[in-house]
Write a protein that binds this ligand. Structure first.
Ligand SMILES: *Cc1c(COP(=O)(O)O)cnc(C)c1O
Length: 355
């Protein structure tokens, strides 16, 4: 028997991240993946060309300083390049942030259920997760989250809109939360789905960043921008915090291709907004359809809807699979269904009506 060194206890105990899986092939039926909140559209105009040009330089390391990407983002957002920290997806940026600020004995507060990467990213650092239950309608309970902060709390994560339930926080709510958060705490505002928000008083991460030095805004090119496969996201934070995040990043993490594609995507704003509008319209159609069928659906402000199916979540997911749709079940809790191609959304509505 081979005796190997054992990983840290925190690592052995990590919950697995369950990725959205691809559809089971069904002869004669077009199948759709509605399990990872991906963008169903092809790349934005100019992105393939920019990425292709970058491919030709694959023998060289990428620009580790992400100089052009930071310059483009700084220009777009009206912030200093020093306040940015990019990574291979905003999940990676969150890992870097938690590594920079947390160790064993520290606490990280987040809403639950929320993004399943949070408890894993926290556990890797050795810190303790402090999950605070959502309200019955799938919203953050900000009073309970504030009350969960202790002397050992280093980071609080707000996810708006919340993945997987859908409701968004208002700017006033987040502003008030930040204003009363104690000085020893960083408030992370994960805005992965910000482009899809149509509720009143949407969170403005840049304004929060300007007003509160302890706010860290996370944004990604994976969802609205359609670059999930290239892995690029960033944090917007006080320059000192951003520097600590960059210090923990893997060297040369964001590839040349991803940097080029992200910059080109920022230049394709008109096409981006058009696609986001079409997805928002599809979301409204799906939401209205579900409500008309009698479903109780939390306010959907991302590119997905949530069915609180409880113990029947896995059964629903199996029925969806039969119908050529992959959805994302959370056993015992509910099912998250991404807004995809119109045909896919229609098929999902038909399935929900039959259920
Ligand atoms: C998808 C998602 C992200 C971004 O993930 P990437 O690593 O950028 O692909 C971040 N937060 C939430 C809540 C998400 O759902």
């Amino acid at each position: 028997m081979t005796h190997l060194p054992t990983p840290r206890a925190a690592v052995t105990a990590l919950p697995p991240y369950v990725p959205g899986r691809p559809p089971t092939p069904r002869p004669g039926l077009t199948t759709y993946k509605l399990s990872s909140n991906e963008n169903p559209y092809p790349p934005l105009p100019g992105v393939v060309e920019a990425a292709t040009r970058a491919v030709e330089r694959m023998n060289r390391y990428p620009d580790m300083g992400c100089t052009e990407l930071y310059a483009a983002l700084a220009d777009r957002l009206g912030v200093a390049p020093e306040s940015l920290a990019a990574g291979t997806g905003s999940v990676a940026v969150l890992y870097h942030l938690l590594q920079a600020y947390c160790e064993t004995g520290d606490e990280v507060v987040f809403a639950w259920r929320s993004f399943e990467a949070y408890p894993i990213a926290v556990a890797v650092t050795g810190a303790s997760a402090v999950p605070v239950p959502l309200t019955a309608d799938g919203r953050h309970d900000l009073d309970a989250m504030a009350a969960a902060i202790t002397e050992r709390t280093r980071v609080v994560v707000l996810c708006t809109p919340n993945n997987p339930t859908g409701p968004a926080l208002t700017h006033a709510e987040v502003e008030a939360f930040c204003a009363r958060a104690p000085e020893h705490v960083l408030v992370v505002v994960d805005e992965a789905y910000r482009e899809f928000v149509r509720s009143p008083d949407p969170v403005d991460g840049v304004a929060l960043h300007r007003a509160h030095p302890r706010v860290v805004v996370l944004r990604t090119f994976a969802k609205a921008y359609g670059l999930a496969g290239f892995r690029v996201g960033y944090a917007l934070a006080h320059a000192d915090v951003a520097a600590a995040v960059r210090a923990c990043a893997l060297p040369f993490g964001v590839s040349s291709v991803a940097q080029a594609a992200a910059i080109a995507s920022l230049d394709a704003e008109d096409a981006l907004l058009e696609r986001v509008e079409a997805l928002v319209a599809e979301r409204a159609r799906v939401y209205a359809g579900l409500v008309a069928q009698g479903w109780d659906v939390p306010d959907a402000q991302g590119n997905f809807v949530w069915l609180g199916l409880g113990d029947r979540a896995l059964d629903f997911s199996a029925a969806a699979d039969e119908a050529g749709l992959v959805v994302r079940p959370f056993a015992g809790d509910g099912v998250r269904v991404s807004i995809g191609e119109p045909e896919a959304n229609t098929r999902f509505l038909e399935l929900a009506a039959r259920w």
